[in-house]
Each structure stands twice: as C-alpha cells, then as structure tokens.
Design a protein around this ligand. Sequence first.
Ligand code: ADP
Ligand code: RBF
Ligand code: MG
Length: 138
Amino acid sequence: RAPVVYGFGRGSKKMGVPTANLDPDVLEEELGSMRKGVYFGYARLPADEKHAAWTKCVVNVGSRPTFADGDGVTVETHALRDYGRDFYGEDMEVVVVGYLRPEMKFDGMAALVNRIMTDIGLARNALDDPGHRRRADD
Ligand code: ADP
Ligand code: RBF
Ligand code: MG
C-alpha cells in the first residue's frame, strides 16, 4: 500500500496505458525481495467507496531501460479498468500474485506498447483463476 506519486509524464495515458506510480520509498521492504519485471495482480483504492473492490492489474517494477530517464526503480500499476479520473495523492493497494517476464530494452515505444498489450492479455486470462482471486481476498 502506497501513495500514488507523479511519474515521468511521458504520456502513458496517450499510449493507452496509464500507470499509477507508487511511492518506491514506502515500498522499500517489499521491493527488497522482488526481481525487476512485469507482474500481475489486483489493485484497489481503499479510501474510495466506488473503487475499493479489487480490480485486475499489471505492475512493472523496474528502471525502464527502453528510455534514458535514469535508472531509479519505479513501481507502476496499470489497472484494467476505467476510473474516469486521476487519483494522484491517494493510497493504492496492490496484491501481486504472479510474475510474467523480466524487464527488457525495446527498440522504441511502439514495440514496448505492443508487448504491454500482450502482457495485459496474459494477465487478464490468468487473473480469472478463482485461486488467484482468493489470494487477493485473503
Ligand atoms: P505519470 O507519468 O504521472 O504516472 P501517467 O500517464 O502514467 O502519468 O498516468 C497515471 C495516472 O493516471 C495515475 O496516477 C492515475 O491518477 C491515473 N489513472 C487513471 N486511470 C488509471 C488506470 N486504469 N490505471 C492506472 N492509473 C490510472
Ligand atoms: N519499460 C521498459 O523499458 N521495458 C519493459 O519491458 C517494460 N515493461 C512494462 C510492462 C508493463 C505492463 C508496464 C505497465 C510498463 C512497462 N514498462 C517497461 C515501463 C514503461 O517504460 C513506463 O510505463 C513508461 O515509460 C512510463 O513511465
Ligand atoms: Mg505512470
């Protein structure tokens, strides 16, 4: 659980994949045992009545090697739902239940977005598993 902070403003939204950047300082302990790469799980906004239920998400933990924007580790969550608004400053909760792949350096943004669409498809299917859903509820 961590506050949603501002990212690089690269236009993830324009790419069709807005990513809620979670404050990495707050997650230092969790990050210590996670390898860089793409995960899937469930996310929620606990303080928002309308969005307090778990929704599917993909999470990138990494340093975005496709771009030359420094190599600090960011935690970026794309929720597979339409919130219809921004939620900077609010807390987001994420339960990670699976690992998809390591982070890679792509030859440009189009190739990266293409791969992210594949990640989202894989995550969407995997997260239909009621076993995964129970882990989030637990
Ligand atoms: P930034 O570079 O500041 O992270 P983005 O273009 O990645 O900007 O947009 C992320 C912001 O969009 C999030 O912080 C959140 O407020 C909002 N947002 C709206 N819908 C979603 C969604 N489905 N998943 C993640 N963030 C979303
Ligand atoms: N960035 C990379 O450089 N390589 C990746 O393999 C990569 N995979 C991602 C997978 C997902 C599901 C998401 C949401 C983001 C990924 N990113 C990756 C991060 C991407 O570069 C970042 O969201 C944008 O640059 C905006 O900060
Ligand atoms: Mg972002």
